[in-house]
Design a protein around this ligand. Structure first.
Ligand code: ATP
Length: 251
């Protein structure tokens, strides 16, 4: 019998958007004191419900601004939902904005420990996996250089190497298979595919429908913050191509 690992129930996310533009912090403070700040409510997600079973590889489709990243951030615990419930039964590793958690002043070596701690890995475990992380990142001597001197691809490579060295139960991938150069992309996709063989659960956001078809067994569609379809990957991708993109892609 399939085991439920994630349950999203009636989740909603409200952002408060400033009605008028505030140019600087001083103006913000003055308006705040005078109680002149006016906000407009914006629901990025509304009443979203679905469940994910262990071993499911769920693709999340939707046009720009549909709410995909917001949903993943809520599941990862980066954002707190304004309403609804979330039940997670397993260790999550979110690959959202790779390297976003790095401290620019510190070297790659120092950031391995820092970022590892952010992901909840014990220090001993990071020590044990240290060489493997450095080797996979292919940064060579740059591992001793402050991260502020890295290119964006180098940061993403180090972030990916740290986050995937341990095996999580749920892996969240937000457009991360498109980072780095072609060689690293191939290598990172191989590492992810190896994790799949071990029955890992995956939540996957990509604008590449071809990649969703290749990686996922199930998919959902978000449209302006609402879940509008949920089913087997082929059926949902076809629906998305017809109803949202307006034509069938060649792949
Ligand atoms: N911190 C925030 N404050 C206000 N609005 C936000 C915030 N974060 C996201 N939004 C809004 O929520 C909506 C959903 O954004 P989200 O990034 O989840 O979309 P997405 O489906 O991931 O889009 P894309 O495909 O372009 O990455 C957008 O309209 C966005 O402007």
């Amino acid at each position: 019998m399939s085991k439920e690992i994630l349950k999203v129930e009636n989740v909603g996310m409200r952002f408060n958007l400033m009605e008028k533009k505030v140019d600087n912090f001083k103006e913000y403070v003055i308006k705040f004191i005078k109680n002149e700040l006016r906000y407009q409510e914006f629901w990025a997600l509304k009443d979203v419900s679905f469940t994910v079973n262990k071993g499911d590889r769920l693709g999340i489709l939707g046009l720009n601004g549909a709410g995909k990243s917001t949903l993943l951030k809520i599941i990862a615990g980066v954002l707190k939902a304004s309403e609804g419930n979330l039940t997670v039964k397993g260790k999550i590793v979110p690959l959202l904005e790779l390297g976003a958690g790095f401290d620019r002043q510190y070297t790659g070596v120092e950031n391995i420990y820092l970022y590892g701690a952010v992901l909840g890995y014990p220090k001993e475990l990071i020590k044990e996996k240290f060489n493997e992380i450095v080797e996979f990142s292919e940064l060579g001597d740059f591992i001793h250089v402050p991260v502020k001197n890295y290119s964006s691809g180098m940061k993403a490579r180090l972030g990916f190497s740290i986050a995937t060295v341990m095996e999580p139960e749920i892996l969240i991938l937000d457009e991360v298979l498109s980072v780095g150069d072609a060689k690293f992309r191939k290598k990172s996709e191989k590492r992810i595919l190896e994790m799949f063989d071990k029955g890992i659960t995956v939540l996957f956001v990509s604008h590449s429908i071809e990649q969703v078809r290749r990686i996922c067994n199930r998919a959902i569609i978000l449209d302006k913050g609402t879940l509008v379809a949920d089913g087997p990957v082929e059926e949902i991708c076809k629906l998305y191509e017809e109803k949202f993109i307006g034509y069938k892609l060649q792949y």
